[in-house]
Ligand binder design. Structure first.
Ligand code: PNS
Length: 158
């Protein structure tokens, strides 16, 4: 069985993440979406909230599991028996950081490869940070996140 892990902060999940999840789930037998537990990042949503949101918006995908992890991604990938790490590349600005992480992970565990998918063009500009910035000023975020998440995001700023 080919199992991949798609790690991230997902704070909150965006259409860009959903695009990556849908496309990579078609390539592998099982996709483990792994939310990083990182209190240092001071996230807007708790891990529990992020798990719920991801479960809700991916319930149409059969071969997917939503989890959370702390520590090193490469260790967690081994723990869940994933042989592939999926990451998205939006633009050349993502490349240097992603390459560094992928090379580091491969040195630590060469059994696990990183697979990069280019983000669909319509989401190439999109990030959770941008969504939070727009939402914090009460702007329209309906182009960036699924409808059922919109009120939950605004509620964090009310
Ligand atoms: O959504 P993000 O913030 O771009 O995701 C970044 C993430 C979670 C993939 C990355 O920060 C990560 O893997 N963190 C866990 C610690 C780790 O393994 N770091 C890489 C080795 S230096």
């Amino acid at each position: 069985m080919r199992r991949a892990i798609y790690p991230g902060s997902f704070d909150p999940v965006t259409f860009g993440h959903i695009d990556m999840i849908e496309r990579s789930a078609k390539i592998v037998d099982e996709l483990v979406v792994a939310i990083l537990i990182n209190s240092a990042k001071n996230p807007l949503f708790s891990v529990k909230e992020r798990v719920s949101m991801l479960e809700e918006i991916t319930c149409h995908i059969p071969n997917i599991r939503i989890t959370s992890f702390d520590g090193l991604l490469i260790d967690y990938a081994k723990e869940v028996d994933a042989s592939i790490v999926v990451r998205g590349l939006r633009a050349v600005t993502d490349f240097e950081y992603e390459l560094q992480i992928a090379q580091t992970n491969r040195i630590i565990n060469s059994d696990i490869d990183t697979m990069f998918l280019t983000t669909s063009l319509e989401y190439a500009y999109l990030s959770s940070t941008i969504v939070k910035e727009v939402a914090s000023y009460g702007g329209d975020i309906s182009h960036f996140v699924p409808e059922q998440l919109i009120d939950r995001i605004y509620a964090k700023y009310s």
